[in-house]
Design a protein around this ligand. Structure first.
Ligand code: NAD
Length: 503
């Protein structure tokens, strides 16, 4: 089968523009870039390419809205109502949203639908959280009361990647807006389409003009200008660890608040006493869902020796059955990778893996897909911890399996990476489960579970996987200042310097 370019879904605009101060605009210098769809790699639209002048305009609009508009001063209940309406609108537009996301990113449509529902849930969650929000107050009896005056900070810069564009944008938009800030969003240049839906949703929900601003463009131009803008005190970034380092350096002279959600190479540790059927299903899903373009993918599977051969054989057989298909087909389990550049990167790791491990499934293009960014689910067994495919983030449907003998060895292998985002542990021994979970260097651990998140829990990585945690009230903390107000009661406790003793 040759994969010809699909027809754009209804609602794709004739061009992708910025949205600044309540109006869609082109770039000040008129610059654009081409946007490809990943099935035929054809240009289906051009997008405005933001530069410093566009970021300046967006930040100015956001700042005006913050300083003069009603949003920063609105009661939590008023903001909450708007956020619930945003959630309702996202839910009601699930079909349109999922189709656009799938067309632009290559994610399987069934999974884009799930991401759309999660985006709505992010708004609903923070809508509820801000009305339930309480702040600290401390009393020193008879002497002092201290309370926390929580305030929005100003203009937040939100920079997002392409792997689940709309959902990850919602992950930052919901808490930043809920807390009264204004924002400038810079979405990933590979996937700018679904972000074009935000302005309509926000307008219909009643978000005041200028609170939300959108500038499209490349990281090195639009993203860089946002990071270096003196009137943007906060940057929330999700993307590669290397980009995180650059942003960290660029933001340093301005002493900005930074939240960094970065890359991963997460281990899934399968002990011999695990429920093997469930562990295999979960570890297949854990690395092949979202086309493997998932920061928390369990892309290194460590398996205890007594079940190693059986695991590898069954895993390889199941991986070979994973349905690769056109992204908009509801039966598809793995679609097309986002962009030819990323496809080349993933394919280079597939080739490298053939010399670093034992190929047991996949290993190239899936049969019948001669064009587009399709990669067969690929499994390498017997991968040594020195291998690059064991250590480096591939961000595609490629997994490395490595045997281990003891619990200590499992922990050492799990931690033998620069990253520390997630870990998955499969065992029926309660003590082992907790002991290993606590010894693993990762921001999040799932025991006998896939990646199922409770939105109240902290989200984030350690080591090269990130800095700071968002999730639940931690996101509220990131997007607000907590000013401590101290009130004296009774007599003023005041050592007097320079007392006049002449009288
Ligand atoms: P990327 O770092 O290339 O780009 C992310 C965003 O940063 C894009 O919008 C890009 O334009 C922008 N950018 C690039 N250079 C910049 C610069 N110098 N200044 C400002 N902005 C700049 O990442 P990607 O390839 O789009 O996304 C994949 C990566 O994201 C993977 O490493 C993945 O693990 C990570 N990720 C992490 C999480 C998490 O929560 N930890 C979630 C999803 C994805």
């Amino acid at each position: 089968m040759t994969t010809t370019a699909p027809t754009p879904p209804a609602g794709v605009p004739d061009r992708i523009r910025h949205y600044i101060g309540g109006r869609f605009t082109d770039s000040v210098d008129g610059g654009t870039f081409d946007v490809l769809e990943p099935v035929g790699n054809t240009t289906y639209v051009t997008a405005a390419s933001g530069q410093k002048a566009d970021i300046d305009a967006a930040v100015a609009a956001a700042r005006t809205a913050f300083e003069e508009g009603p949003w920063a001063r609105a009661l939590p209940r008023e903001r909450s109502r708007v956020l619930h309406r945003i959630a309702d609108l996202v839910e009601s537009r699930e079909d349109e949203l999922a189709e656009m996301e799938t067309f632009d990113s290559g994610l399987p449509i069934s999974q884009s639908r799930g991401q759309a529902r999660r985006a709505a849930e992010n708004f609903r969650f923070f809508a509820d959280l801000i009305v339930a929000q309480a702040d600290d107050a401390y009393k020193v009896p008879g002497r002092q009361i201290n309370y926390v005056n929580r305030k929005p900070i100003g203009v937040a810069g939100l920079i997002t990647p392409w792997n689940t564009p709309f959902m990850l944008e919602s992950w930052k938009l919901a808490p930043s807006i809920a807390t009264g800030n204004s924002v400038v969003l810079k979405p990933a240049e590979f996937t700018p389409l679904s972000a074009q839906l935000w302005p309509g949703i926000f307008e219909e929900a009643g978000l005041p003009e200028g609170v939300f601003n959108l500038v499209n463009g490349f990281g090195e131009s639009a993203g860089d200008a946002l990071v270096k803008h003196p009137d943007v005190p906060l940057i929330s970034f999700t993307g590669e660890s290397r980009t995180g380092q650059i942003i960290f350096g660029n933001a340093a002279p301005y002493l900005k608040g930074l939240s960094m959600e970065l890359g991963g190479k997460s281990p899934a540790v399968v002990f011999a006493d695990a429920d093997l059927d469930t562990a295999i299903d979960a570890t297949i899903f854990g690395v092949f869902s979202l086309n493997g373009e998932r920061c928390t993918a369990g892309s290194r599977i460590l398996v205890q020796r007594p079940v190693y051969d059986e695991f590898v054989e069954r895993y390889a057989a199941q991986a070979s059955r994973v349905r690769v298909g056109l992204p908009h087909d509801p039966e598809t389990e793995v679609g097309a990778l986002v962009h030819p550049e990323h496809y080349e990167k993933v394919m280079s790791y597939v080739e490298l893996g053939k010399s670093e491990g034992r190929l047991v499934a996949g290993g190239g293009r899936p049969e019948g897909f001669d064009e587009g960014n399709f990669v067969a689910p690929t499994v390498f067994a017997d991968v040594p911890p020195t291998a690059r495919i064991f250590r480096e983030e591939i961000f595609g449907p490629v997994v490395a399996i490595t045997p281990f003998d003891t619990d200590e060895e499992a922990v050492a292998l799990a931690n033998d990476t620069d990253y520390g985002l997630a870990a998955y542990i499969w065992t029926s021994d309660l003590r082992r489960a907790h002991t290993v979970a606590q010894a693993v260097e990762s921001g999040m651990v799932w025991l006998n579970s896939n990646n199922v998140r409770d939105l109240r829990t902290p989200f984030g990585g350690v080591k090269a996987s990130g800095l700071g945690h968002e999730g639940g009230y931690r996101s509220i903390d990131f997007y607000t200042d907590q000013q401590a107000v101290h009130i004296n009661l009774g007599e003023v406790h005041n050592p007097v310097f320079g007392r006049d003793t002449s009288a």
